[in-house]
Write a protein that binds this ligand. Structure first.
Ligand SMILES: [Zn+2]
Length: 497
């Protein structure tokens, strides 16, 4: 996500049909992934009916007694434990006053056996699928769920505004199993509170015909009957699946290395500039980090409270950004996330700096590679350094001390600005310092190694260190430790020095 700166076997046939024209890395990753099949009907009253089938394979070493799934719409309901937006952004999000969303689970079955709906979790936000006889390693279970989602009226990642309908984080998605348990962290207004495994998506979508659709994946078939558009969408080896609908969308398109780039807009006055920046971002990052393996990227103007938001093949760019250069900056940032979050995933709840810091630094690299944008990248680093040093000073005055450790859960930050300074600003400074240490060539080589080692997987900070050490043949543990544990002192850069 881009926050405001410094302010504080049912599926085998369709899958095989796609394999022939798909990047080999995707084909390989898709074979080792779970598959979601969803029949989705969007209704004019902002409700969504879904019939979902999840083919879930136990890839752990343990026998599983249950499978747990996030129900993120539960966090948008009336009576949820905590707000989905910070108080600072409340009125911008709920521009017509409070509005609530939710998900109502109507039916759950495993391998055709209906079972009682069991909702658990810290805030009744986890669907627990009990497995009566357990699921052994490498065994597969078919989970069937029928549910109705209600979208809130909110300028957010999940909700509808005046111009777009943002359908993300709407479906029950399997929690990641790690360290012997499912990670059931609740939604939080700070950052992007998500963590997921790469999966395959086989989608049928029905919408009133007036809407244009921007989504993750490829629309492989489309027809119209009785005023309803029906789409078939296939998406292999994706971190998540999201859709944006609008009856106002205009589209401009281009192509960079086998990837179709589409810019959907309704308000922006410079669509061709936005498309150009999107294509340049993709081209630059293809060259720096390794090729984006997917054949579509949709950059979508949307009603969204923060600067932007990343989903696989799909990024939101907020229509509230008035300055075109800021708008371009968000486009570059969100497209960098296609590598840092999309291809190489991470637990964004625990290690927000890992993808945000790298994404912020990738934006700097973009400006370095594309000097026509006129961004002085050394000035950018200096501003970030001074801004962080000021943050620490102010924090010490107000709170007595500043916690500058970086591996923190989202709910462990005192406020949104503290999260921004640690994940974005300090994260970016960490990568700049590392680049100074290694030199640009070696630094880029290390990033390529990281992508090559962890594409379609979830990375931890240790994985990042390992890839960098492997590629650079240097011992970097102390370097990373001192940054992550808060020992590094970041001091003001004086112009006269
Ligand atoms: Zn971001």
């Amino acid at each position: 996500m881009k926050l405001k700166k410094y302010i504080l076997c049912i599926l085998i046939l369709p899958l095989l049909m796609l394999v022939g024209c798909t990047d080999a890395s995707i084909t390989k990753a898709s074979k080792n992934a779970n598959t979601y099949t969803m029949d989705i009907t969007y209704n004019e009253d902002h409700s969504i009916n879904v019939e979902q089938k999840l083919e879930y394979k136990n890839r752990t070493d343990n026998k599983l007694d249950n499978i747990q799934m996030h129900l993120y719409p539960r966090s948008f309901r009336q009576g949820a434990k905590s707000s989905v937006v910070s108080s600072l952004n409340y009125s911008k999000c709920y521009y017509k006053g409070p509005s609530y969303g939710d998900v109502d689970i109507e039916y759950v079955a495993t391998d055709d056996d209906e079972q009682e709906v069991n909702i658990t979790g810290n805030d009744e936000d986890i669907l627990c699928i009990n497995l009566e006889t357990g699921l052994n390693p490498d065994e597969t279970v078919l989970i069937e769920i029928k549910y109705t989602v209600k979208l809130p009226n909110i300028n957010h990642r999940f909700g509808y505004g005046e111009d777009t309908i943002n359908i993300a984080n709407f479906y029950p998605i399997a929690c990641v199993y790690s360290d012997g348990k499912f990670d059931t962290s609740s939604y939080h207004y700070n950052g992007d509170p998500f963590y997921s495994d790469v999966s395959n998506y086989n989608i049928t979508l029905h919408t009133p015909e007036k809407y244009k659709v921007a989504s993750t994946g490829n629309i492989t078939k489309q027809d119209n009957a009785d005023g309803i558009n029906n789409y078939h969408i296939n998406a292999l080896a994706m971190r998540d699946f999201a859709i944006v609908l609008s009856d106002k969308f205009e589209v401009v398109s281009g192509k960079i290395n086998n990837t179709n780039v589409n810019y959907y807009y309704y308000k922006n006055q410079y669509p061709n500039e936005c498309l150009k920046a999107s294509m340049q971002s993709l081209e630059t990052f293809n060259k720096l980090f390794g090729k984006y393996p997917y054949d579509v990227l949709n950059v979508v103007e949307a009603n969204f409270v923060h600067g932007g938001m990343e989903y696989p093949n799909l990024v939101y760019i907020s229509d509230a950004i008035d300055v075109q250069s800021d708008y371009i900056n968000v486009i570059v940032h969100e497209i960098a996330h296609q590598w840092w979050y999309g291809l190489v995933g991470n637990n964004e709840y625990k290690y927000g700096w890992l993808d945000e810091g790298l994404t912020e630094y990738s934006t700097l690299l973009f400006y370095e590679e594309n000097p026509e944008y006129g961004v002085d990248t050394r000035e950018l680093v200096k501003n970030n350094t001074n801004s962080f040093a000021t943050f620490v000073e102010v924090y010490k005055k107000v709170f007595g001390e500043a916690n500058t450790t970086m591996n923190r859960d989202l709910n462990e930050y005192n406020n949104e600005s503290e999260y921004v300074y640690i994940a974005y600003v300090k994260g970016m400074l960490l990568f700049d310092n590392l680049r100074e240490l290694l030199g640009k060539e070696k630094f880029i080589q290390c990033l390529k190694q990281y992508v090559s080692d962890l594409s379609f997987k979830n990375a931890t900070p240790d994985d990042l260190v390992n890839s960098f050490e492997k590629s650079s043949k240097m011992d970097l543990k102390n370097f990373f430790d001192s940054w992550i544990n808060g020992k590094v002192q970041i001091i003001q850069i004086n112009d006269a020095a």
